[in-house]
Design a protein around this ligand. Structure first.
Ligand SMILES: Cc1cc2nc3c(=O)[nH]c(=O)nc-3n(C[C@H](O)[C@H](O)[C@H](O)COP(=O)(O)OP(=O)(O)OC[C@H]3O[C@@H](n4cnc5c(N)ncnc54)[C@H](O)[C@@H]3O)c2cc1C
Ligand code: FES
Length: 269
């Protein structure tokens, strides 16, 4: 884990309010594994004071070697993301990472990726990381509020996965949530060696985990709990565990957990 002063080489709105950002720095993604994240500090006046966490989406690309460039996808929701969106290629941003524990892929299992909203970004990194011949075995379900917010789904499809989409406005694909889509298609989607990898809003994750548990399907989840330090010091990202161990830090022991590790009745506010 290192602090990188990264050059922005790409900033492009790819769907309403969501921007793809390319970050270039020596070795920035050399050790990045899928599901890990970076803490980005925006602006020089410490405003906002705290850095913000973002999953990496893809490594390499542009004119750079695989270890020197990373892309993130972010939705503008508040001060830091609005500042990121106002940056211009050629400017620099401070990026700490890669951080946390990411997805654990078992070659004996077939991934079923389930992403809601910006949570799909973390799953794109897993897909990119898989050997090319494995990608065509991957099934992915991606849901969004609007049919125009499914850029990640189209990228996954371009990368070789078999993708189904859901939108709550009915603009594209299944009319409803990604869980509704999963339930409707479960007969086609589930095999004996399926493992679910899910990332998205907490309520969505909880529903997916309950459903997977009823079906006996192994499941990993990435919990995108708000974070302050990102390096295990402030305890602001604590997640309650189902075991006597009590709590885990999403930034250090996570953000990816096995579904059964988490106490899903926990509410971190
Ligand atoms: C491990 C991890 C990976 C993430 N990856 C991505 C990513 O790839 N793309 C992306 O767009 N976002 C991602 N996020 C969320 C992102 O960090 C927040 O959207 C960002 O910090 C918002 O900063 P802001 O100053 O713009 O908004 P703020 O002013 O801080 O917040 C605006 C609103 O968003 C809510 N909010 C902020 N952070 C979160 C969160 N983590 N979960 C739910 N609600 C939140 C706040 O409660 C508030 O209502 C990730 C979060 C984590 C923990
Ligand atoms: S964000 Fe500080 S301990 Fe996790």
């Amino acid at each position: 884990m290192r602090v990188h002063l990264a050059l922005v080489d790409l900033l492009q709105e790819v769907q309403p309010g969501a921007l793809l950002m390319g970050l270039v720095a020596d070795g920035i993604s050399l050790e990045a594994s899928p599901g890990q994240f970076y803490m980005l500090r925006v602006g020089e006046e410490n405003d906002p004071f705290l850095p913000r966490p973002f999953s990496w989406l893809r490594r390499g690309g542009g004119a750079c070697g695989g270890g020197d460039r990373v892309e993130i996808l972010f939705q503008v929701v508040g001060k830091a993301t609005a500042r990121l969106a106002r940056m211009r290629p050629g400017q620099k941003v401070q990026a700490l990472g890669p951080l946390g524990r990411g997805w654990q892929w078992d070659p004996g299992r077939v991934p079923l990726l389930v992403g809601g909203g910006m949570g799909a970004a973390s799953l794109v990194s897993l897909l990119q990381w898989l050997p090319a011949h494995e990608r065509s075995r991957v099934r992915a379900l991606v849901g969004a509020r609007l049919g125009r917010q499914l850029w990640c789904a189209h990228e996954m499809s371009r990368m070789g996965a078999r993708v189904l989409v859901a939108s709550e406005d009915g603009g594209e694909g299944f009319h409803g949530t990604v869980l509704g889509l999963l339930k409707e298609r479960e007969g086609h989607l589930l095999q004996t060696d399926t493992e679910i990898f899910a990332c998205g809003p907490r309520d969505m994750l909880r529903e997916i985990v309950m459903w997977a548990s009823r079906k006996g399907v192994p499941c990993q989840v990435s919990v995108e709990t708000p974070m302050a330090c990102g390096v295990g010091v402030c305890l602001g990202c604590a997640v309650r565990l189902s075991s006597a161990a009590g709590y885990a830090r999403a930034c250090k022991e996570g953000p990816v957990f096995r579904a059964e590790e988490i106490d899903w009745d926990w509410d971190n506010g």
